[in-house]
Design a protein around this ligand. Structure first.
Ligand SMILES: [Zn+2]
Length: 134
């Protein structure tokens, strides 16, 4: 079921609201970025994401194909979300860091299905051989 969640970085300068259906699935990935940050996220459409505060407190990081913008809070270093455009997943998207949601029910979160992507081998639709470290 789709719900509206509130989220923020650690220091609270960056705050957002996002409409997410956790039961539709979340994602983890073994690419260089996701593995190092142990990213657990959900992909939503830009219309389902509202930045409530902190646009000017954000800085961004890009690498590889430069299709994704990883948005960091300048003060606390957390990465509450990323955004970009990837044709294969339907164009413009926002990737919400589930660890930054403030009002999600823990049971609901841990019961959300997880799709694992083998990003390290550019094999995004396949599950990697090893997922326990992600
Ligand atoms: Zn912050």
């Amino acid at each position: 079921m789709q719900k509206t969640y509130k989220g923020s970085c650690h220091c609270g300068e960056v705050r957002f609201e996002a409409d997410i259906d956790l039961s539709a699935g979340t994602g983890k990935c073994n690419c260089s970025m996701c593995a190092k940050s142990r990213n657990w996220s959900v992909i939503i459409k830009p219309e389902a994401f509202r930045l409530l505060a902190g646009e000017s407190e954000l800085t961004e990081y890009q690498f590889g194909t430069f299709s994704a913008h990883y948005m960091f809070c300048k003060h606390c270093g957390l990465r509450p979300f990323g955004r970009g455009y990837i044709e294969q997943i339907g164009g413009a998207y926002v990737s919400v860091n589930l660890a930054c949601l403030d009002d999600v029910d823990l049971k609901e979160l841990v019961e959300a299905p997880i799709h694992y992507a083998d990003g390290r081998n550019n094999n995004w639709r396949c599950t990697p051989d090893e997922i326990r470290h992600l």
